[in-house]
Design a protein around this ligand. Structure first.
Ligand code: NDP
Length: 411
């Protein structure tokens, strides 16, 4: 059962909660306590004349969520973990900030009147809140790539019905968004997503197999949450991003390319039929794509990092090594087959990454586990179309069960 929300407040009356036609844009941040949440709140709080906070959510980090809600004068705060509701109520008592918990609480936060909802929850847990935001009529700036990987058609259909594009927060997709000429989409030859290559780019296969969580968490360029950092080390992140780009830009797999670019200065490229290749450059600072989303369709100044091309001096590129990083190939295969296979792959990867971080699985076991789970569903003939969010979440749950079984046999 979902925990009933305890908001007791009219969102349109509550301070800091109502979207107004004039004045600061109201921004809700789902996953406010995470890394993208930090970047979003930094941009919001540094431009109080432009932005103010509507609703904020976390999983169970009550202390940080309450602090954010109080500091930003949010109208509503919700925790996904229902057991944390009482602690959140205590932490926010007397503030006038309404609270909620569980699926209903997250849905209420997503639907809170806002000009934009930043979707920064990690994993498949972000699917329902993303849909709730869109169904409530809120524009979504999406970092939660797993929502597109698992339910891309449903999310994109909801955004189309709403008539407001999904604004990509992921740096590569933000880059592409800025150089993708929709009016000339037929003249686009290909779209290239860059990858830093992660901490194991130059490592031998045998060493990668035995890499520890501490080594995998040591990303050379980006500071991010644990799950996406592990995905970056395995290159699963690039695979997820190809699927994300497929949905965001309606591009077939054949037109989507991945190139390793260790400096992480160029984030995305689009090649046109006349031979022009447009690139987007910027520092490895998530506040840049967040600032782009929040100001869209305008541009607004932001205190983000700048790059000096003279200091950088050299930009280098190499092809991804699919043998040492098999997760990338698995994700591309999932997209090629389509239907619910990306959804299955994502669930297996989430279980595998959690097991790796928990020292229960070697780094090399992540790809083996994902492959085994995908194979199992293919062999059972359970790969098929994605019909509804309920079906996506049922597939997610089934794939997690299979992943747990597979893991027990892999270790
Ligand atoms: P973090 O792990 O730093 O933060 C995740 C956020 O989601 C936290 O607020 C967390 O709450 C919340 N959360 C976790 N589990 C649940 C759940 N079951 N239900 C509801 N909320 C939950 O992740 P990141 O900020 O790094 O990444 C967020 C998303 O953005 C991911 O999809 C990632 O791939 C994508 N992304 C991230 C980038 C980055 O630079 N970090 C770059 C590009 C994309 P709590 O703190 O309480 O656990």
């Amino acid at each position: 059962m979902d925990q009933a929300t305890d908001s007791g407040a009219d969102p349109l009356q509550s301070a800091g909660s109502s979207a107004t036609e004039h004045g600061p844009k109201v921004i809700s941040v789902l996953g406010a306590t995470g890394s993208v949440g930090d970047s979003s709140l930094d941009i919001i709080s540094s431009s109080p004349d432009r932005y103010r906070v509507g609703a904020v959510t976390a999983n169970g980090n009550v202390e940080k969520l309450a602090q954010i809600a109080i500091e930003t004068k949010a109208g509503f705060a919700a925790v996904a973990d229902e057991q944390c509701l009482d602690a959140l109520k205590d932490a926010l008592s007397g503030t006038g900030i309404a609270v909620g918990a569980g699926e209903a609480g997250l849905a209420e936060a997503a639907a809170w009147p806002a000009d934009m909802v930043v979707g920064a929850i990690v994993g498949a847990a972000g699917i329902r809140p993303t849909m709730a935001a869109l169904e409530a009529g809120n524009q979504v700036a999406l970092a939660n790539k797993e929502a597109l990987v698992c339910a891309g058609d449903l999310v994109m259909d909801a955004a189309r019905r709403l008539g407001k594009p999904i604004l990509p927060v992921d740096s590569e997709h933000s880059a592409i968004f800025q150089i993708f000429d929709d009016a000339n989409r037929d003249e686009i030859e290909d779209v290239t997503i860059t990858a830093s290559g992660g901490p194991f780019r130059t490592w031998a296969q045998g060493d990668i197999e035995k890499a520890t969580p501490e080594q995998a968490l040591n990303h050379p360029n980006w500071s991010m949450g644990a799950k996406v950092t592990i995905d970056s080390a395995s290159l699963m992140n690039k695979g997820l991003e190809v699927i994300e780009a497929h949905h965001l830009y309606d591009m077939p797999l054949e037109k989507l390319k991945v190139i390793v670019h260790p400096q992480s200065i160029i984030h995305g490229l689009v090649t046109y039929s006349d031979g022009s290749m447009l690139a987007h450059l910027g520092a490895a600072d998530m506040r840049i794509p967040v600032a782009h989303c929040l100001a869209w369709p305008d541009r607004a100044p932001a205190n983000t990092r700048r790059i000096s091309l003279v200091e950088i001096a050299q930009l280098t590129f190499e092809a991804p090594d699919m043998a040492r990083f098999p997760c990338l190939g698995l994700a591309l295969e999932a997209l090629r087959v389509g239907g619910n296979l990306p959804n299955i792959m994502n669930a297996a990867n989430e279980v595998a990454v959690a097991a790796f971080l928990d020292h229960q699985l070697p780094f090399g076991g992540i790809a083996r586990m994902v492959e085994a789970v995908m194979d199992r569903f293919v062999q059972l003939g359970e790969v098929g179309p994605v019909g509804s969010v309920d079906a996506v979440l049922a597939t997610d749950a089934a794939a997690r069960c299979v992943a747990d079984e597979v893991r027990a046999n892999l270790v």
